[in-house]
Design a protein around this ligand. Structure first.
Ligand SMILES: *Cc1c(COP(=O)(O)O)cnc(C)c1O
Length: 382
């Protein structure tokens, strides 16, 4: 890159334009461009296979997928969730007239700390909504065990975890349902889009109704639905992008490995592989999970490293590298949720949120830029 070319945390993958044009050509013949047409059916089936899930319902975006999913469960009361996530997770709970109850996260992979969930369960608790943050798999066994014992629903926000498998099983098969986002910035995208994976056909029927105004047939409206349908143009983008998914993951992996090699062993920096190795030593039973290389978070201990998170972000920005502070602030610190949590009740999430950056990582990123960024980070200590 030239020195003044800007590098952002991500850059949307664009497939060859002609290929997309070819894919949408037949839409001009059918003139069926939304409302669960041919492309919608095709993408749903292709994703069902590639994600290894029983069933899947496409949605207009990941957020509506979350909202529709919670609505289809007819939940009332409190939902235990993580504050270390994108605004959407918490908003989907609140917009369903449910109360978010924030649980702390684990220091190694930043997913919800299952050992702290049970303390938060009350007679009003109806569900757990953990997030496979950065594509790291939650402690799904412990969460299933707690949910079983207390009769709770489990919905995973798998917006970061497209294509991730655990012990060879698709991540969308865990819990009662999982929600994916296909936003332009995600590992796999349909411009805007999302999906709910599930296995109960009756639940799938409710999802289908909810995303289409609650309409059953021409004269019957079964419930208070919304409009969360994915259009044929978006589905067509997904069909094309899916062909490039594996190659894109491999290109992300190459950048990821440079970051790992160049940033490991530096005092005060916690990077994903280090954290996972530490975790593996602690709990020998932890399962194998694949990676989709969606995000590369670096947690900076200012004392040990010699510069804090904000200083590092500023130094990189001066050199035209724009990292993101995902996830800062915690959703529990938004004005709309303040007061739900006394400060200090999620000490790990507080600390990680104050000290994390996610580095640029996208398929078309050049290796020399990854090396340069690592140099810049090392130089922040001086
Ligand atoms: C992106 C994202 C969403 C929302 O998905 P959209 O498709 O942008 O609506 C929800 N949760 C998490 C964790 C996300 O990163």
């Amino acid at each position: 890159m030239t020195d003044n070319e800007k590098i952002y945390v991500t850059k949307t993958f664009m497939p060859p334009m002609e290929e997309y044009m070819e894919e949408i050509r037949d839409l001009w013949d059918s003139a069926w461009i939304t409302n669960m047409g041919e492309k919608h059916r095709e993408l749903e089936e292709k994703l069902r296979c590639s994600l290894g899930v029983d069933a899947l319902s496409l949605m207009s975006n990941g957020h509506m997928a979350l909202e529709m999913c919670l609505a289809a469960m007819h939940l009332v009361g409190e939902v235990i969730t993580t504050p270390f996530t994108f605004a959407s997770t918490t908003h989907a709970i609140a917009r369903n007239h449910l109360t978010p109850v924030f649980c702390d996260i684990r220091p190694d992979d930043y997913t919800i700390d299952a050992s702290k969930i049970e303390d938060l369960i009350t007679e009003h608790t109806c569900a757990i909504l953990p997030v496979h943050v950065y594509g790291n798999v939650c402690d799904v066994d412990a969460i299933a065990d707690i949910a079983d014992r207390h009769g709770l629903k489990v919905v995973y926000d798998a917006a970061h975890a497209f294509g991730v498998e655990r012990d060879g099983r698709g991540i969308g098969t865990y819990g009662d349902a999982s929600v994916f986002s296909f936003h332009a910035t995600k590992v796999f995208h349909t411009v805007e889009g999302g999906a709910v994976s599930y296995s109960d056909p009756a639940f799938g029927q409710r999802l289908y109704e909810l995303k289409n105004f609650g309409i059953l047939d021409e004269t019957t409206v079964a419930g208070i639905g919304a409009n969360a349908k994915m259009s044929e143009f978006h589905a067509a983008m997904g069909i094309v992008n899916l062909r490039y998914h594996e190659a894109n993951v491999r290109r992300r992996e190459a950048i990821w490995k440079i970051y790992c090699r160049e940033l490991s062993g530096i005092d005060g920096l916690q990077i994903p592989e280090d954290a996972r190795d530490k975790a593996a030593q602690g709990t020998a039973s932890r399962c194998r999970q694949s990676r989709n290389y969606s995000y590369f978070p670096v947690v900076i201990d200012p004392e040990a490293f010699g510069a804090d998170r904000d200083q590092v972000a500023e130094r990189l920005a001066l050199q035209n590298v724009f990292v993101r502070k995902y996830f800062y602030p915690l959703s529990s610190d938004y004005d709309c949720y303040k007061g739900i949590l006394a400060h200090g009740e999620t000490p790990v999430a507080d600390r990680v949120s104050a000290s994390v950056i996610t580095l640029p990582l996208f398929p078309s990123m050049r290796k020399e830029d990854a090396y340069r960024i690592c140099d810049m980070i090392r130089n922040c200590r001086l």
